[in-house]
Design a binder for this molecule. Sequence first.
Ligand SMILES: Nc1ncnc2c1ncn2[C@@H]1O[C@H](COP(=O)(O)OP(=O)(O)O)[C@@H](O)[C@H]1O
Ligand code: SF4
Ligand SMILES: [Mg+2]
Length: 399
Amino acid sequence: MTNQTSDVLDVTDLRTYFPVRSRGLIPRTIGAVKAVDGVSLSLDAGETLGLVGESGSGKTTAARSILMLVRPTGGSVKIDGEEITDLSARKLMPIRRKAQMIFQDPYNALNPRHTVGAIITAPFKVQKVVPPGGVKKGVLELMERVGLNPEHYNRYPNEFSGGQRQRIGIARAIALRPKLIVCDEPVSALDVSIQAQILNLLRDLQKEFGIAYLFVAHDLAVVRQISHRVAVMYLGKIMETAPRELIYSRPLHPYTHSLLSAVPVPDPKRQAHRKSRIVLHGDLPSPIDPPSGCVFRTRCFQAQERCAVEVPPLVELAPGHHVACHFPIAVEDLPARAEVQALTADDPQEATPDVQIVSREEAADGAAGAAGKGRGAQEEALDEGGAAEEGVSLNKPRA
Ligand SMILES: Nc1ncnc2c1ncn2[C@@H]1O[C@H](COP(=O)(O)OP(=O)(O)O)[C@@H](O)[C@H]1O
Ligand code: SF4
Ligand SMILES: [Mg+2]
């Protein structure tokens, strides 16, 4: 995956560290939160890569860093072949036409003081683009395309439901026909029935316009519905990446096994796996002081001495299937070797329709990405081209 050439997005060794400062009159930088630590991924036109992991694993930071909404500490991001990590806010402006974002929280992402019409008009205005027939006609067509009533042009975001607000965000994101949309948990705040409608809309738009999605979610069931490929993230790093079916039917990384064991899977081939459940002990370690060697070792049922001293590289073990583990394990070997907890057939987990990997901090999660920003600030930062917040900059100064 790392060396794959891609049309739309190519990310290599992306790192985003946030400074940790001492308290006191003269704060000093005493460490760094390694929120994203060496992520490589790529996306072709019309493709969806699902990025999954527990809350706090760095998905939002990776998503925002890829669009320079948080300035990364290091690494390379190429959009449509162009390196963008060194671009100034002004030079990022044309990139915004090619790459857009849909934010997690439909209640806070849109500026409450702007009408829907104004919100969807903004990308045309900022980029000085006039669609055939004029901007207003273009906006009304977009509203219709995403399933909003064009008569609601002059209404304000608070007059809409969560699902409708997400449609406003989608209309805005597709206005300039971008090649890439980074979607940060776009359906996590919505009811399951509304989730399906929004996922269908995203899929239809992808077919129509050939858009590539980087689709971030903590919910493996949601990711499965929309992704062509899936990347599993843990403590700032990619642990495993593979075509969708392989991730779900033949995971090789112990962390992926742990995540999947919480999700009921209707595939009979995974029956053996369903009978056992891996218990993921403890919390995610702090990204300020991640474990040595393999960052997953403190919770891994397979961990051995080597795991504490050697960082496992992401290696291609089968075509398109990359795994960062010294001791990858296939499904059929799992019950004998893993620390498992037997599930009876009538276990309530089996009947749960939509088990999420981790739901803790979900409400606060959006706040991590949009920390301290006013309502609509994310959307506006995207328009203006600049970063809403800064990571520790180790990159050369930007022009
Ligand atoms: N602006 C920030 N300053 C400091 N730490 C941050 C900031 N944003 C996120 N983090 C930390 O980075 C880690 C990854 O967070 P995040 O990217 O929001 O993860 P996810 O989206 O997977 O839940 C967490 O430990 C979080 O507390
Ligand atoms: S490298 Fe070791 S600790 Fe890490 S996932 Fe593999 S077996 Fe577990
Ligand atoms: Mg997040």
